[in-house]
Ligand binder design. Structure first.
Ligand code: PLP
Length: 461
């Protein structure tokens, strides 16, 4: 690892115990946690992370779909340190601003599709989505259309876990025994692998579009404010919609004065080979694009909502006396996070990281597909550096293994034993690496996965 000499050493047992006693981990299965506690990741460098015991792993999930430029980038650390010592924090409320936030807003406007020129900063993906829905409701209130409130989302969508974002989320298990807000209607996910038997992809697209039209008919366009979707559904299973789906949905939304929101928290900042996938890959011009994660490559918490000129024209109309745009966070436009994001974007551009994804991404896809012969591998899908493998009990019927088999966990554990971290999500395994993987890394990873799937099959006998 770089800067070995400067590293503090940790007391592994002490940390493990403190963590077990005090840290409530997000998305944690307590039946496992009470028994095993945590795995402490303490170090990182490039495509690698290292645990507290000195075991080194290839990071196959970019932290959590976010460390796009890879780990240990000293120049991002320096930019953050310089900003933190020069002016760590000051408010951006009212008419106050700071240099990194201003520069970043302008840079995002430059990179985004031409009509998205206005940026509202938040603290991550959930808060970006939450702030967006508030702004959308405010927009329609200001237009004198206060009944336009309902948001269309999709089954298995993931949009975060603040109350509104969790309500947009359509993964049933995510909201198990949690409450949600009655502001959202979920349409079907676009799942080509599990589409109705005998339906072609084109017919499936028609079927999904019909559902949208019928839903608008049923709810009334006057009651619907927006449709929100990830260009490729991420945590819900890396689901790539049928060809033409997003642009057809957008056209219907436009015809019904329903705003089209793209949640590019995962797909943005290079994962599909472009800063924004909406226009470049999916031929859509969203009214709003939300980003987080790769925006700062996870070096600091940050989210942003990119807003069209048309929306801004309404949002920025002066309120009545005493009124302000009453939404925002203490950390909206946090200078240290924005400094990290600016340096991150500079690296993506300077090193041609999007170009690397366009070159290595198809190779990753084709090499992962060589794993199809394994007994549990039902589907290998995704695009570029956003991939998933769906495990099944039977490839013909696509029946799933029993939940208790924990097949995703098994594959991930077998991979980890062999030096690779991938993410288990139920019966799926997700691969969403830092965007600096080379073809050689892909070969090493696929060799590990080949062994991991073989070992999983043996362990299930
Ligand atoms: N939107 C999408 C598409 C995501 O994948 C995520 C997180 O994985 C979020 C929103 C929520 O982001 P955060 O965890 O930063 O709140």
């Amino acid at each position: 690892m770089t800067q070995q000499q400067a590293k503090a050493s940790y007391d592994a047992q002490d940390l493990w115990q403190k963590d077990k006693n005090h840290f409530i981990h997000p998305f944690t299965d307590f039946s496992l946690f009470h028994e095993k506690g945590c795995d402490l990741i303490t170090d990182s460098d490039g495509i690698y992370v290292e645990d507290v015991h000195g075991n080194r792993f290839i990071d196959g999930i970019a932290g959590l779909w976010c460390v796009n430029v890879g780990h240990g980038r000293a120049e991002i650390g320096q930019a953050m340190a310089e900003q933190a010592t020069r002016m760590a924090y000051f408010s951006t409320f009212n008419n106050l601003s700071n240099a990194p936030a201003t520069e970043l807003a302008a840079k995002l406007a430059e990179l985004a599709p031409a009509h998205l020129n206005h940026v509202f900063f938040s603290c991550g993906g959930s808060t970006a989505n939450d702030a967006t829905i508030r702004l959308v409701h405010y927009y329609f209130n200001r237009l004198g259309k206060p009944t336009k409130k309902r948001i269309l989302s999709r089954t298995n969508a993931y949009h975060g876990t603040t109350y509104m974002a969790a309500s947009l989320t359509g993964i049933a298990s995510n909201n198990w025994q949690f409450d949600t807000l009655d502001l959202v209607t979920h349409l079907s996910e676009a799942n080509c692998y599990r589409r109705p038997e005998g339906m072609s992809e084109a017919e499936y697209c028609d079927h999904l579009v019909d559902e949208l039209e019928q839903t608008i008919e049923r709810l009334g366009a006057d009651n619907i404010a927006a449709f929100i979707a990830e260009p490729i559904m991420g945590a819900g299973g890396v689901l790539v919609a049928p060809q033409g789906y997003h642009s057809r949905v957008q056209a219907i939304c436009r015809a019904n004065e329903i705003l089209f929101i793209a949640d590019e928290v995962v797909t943005g900042f290079g994962r599909l080979g472009h800063f924004f996938a909406s226009e470049a890959v999916f031929d859509t011009q969203p009214d709003i694009i939300n980003v987080a994660k790769g925006l700062s490559s996870g070096y600091a918490p940050l989210g942003a909502t990119l807003i069209s000129d048309d929306l801004y024209a309404v949002l920025s109309t002066p309120q009545g006396p005493g009124g302000v745009l009453s939404t925002g966070f203490t950390y909206s436009g946090h200078p240290v996070s924005c400094a990290a994001a600016l340096k991150n974007i500079e690296i993506i551009e300077r090193e041609g990281i999007c170009e690397n994804v366009l070159e290595v991404g198809p190779y990753l896809e084709s090499q992962l597909k060589t794993l199809a012969s394994h007994e549990t591998v039902g589907d290998i899908r995704g695009s570029h550096f956003m991939m998933a493998i769906e495990n099944v009990a039977n490839k013909t019927t696509k029946a799933l293994l029993p939940v208790e088999a924990r097949v995703g966990d098994r594959v991930a554990a077998e991979a980890q034993k062999r030096g690779l971290i991938i993410r288990p999500v139920g019966h799926l395994n997700i691969i969403s690496p830092p965007l600096i993987w080379t073809r050689q890394v892909v070969d090493d990873v696929v060799a590990i996965l080949d062994e991991a799937f073989a070992a999983t099959t043996r362990s299930l006998k």
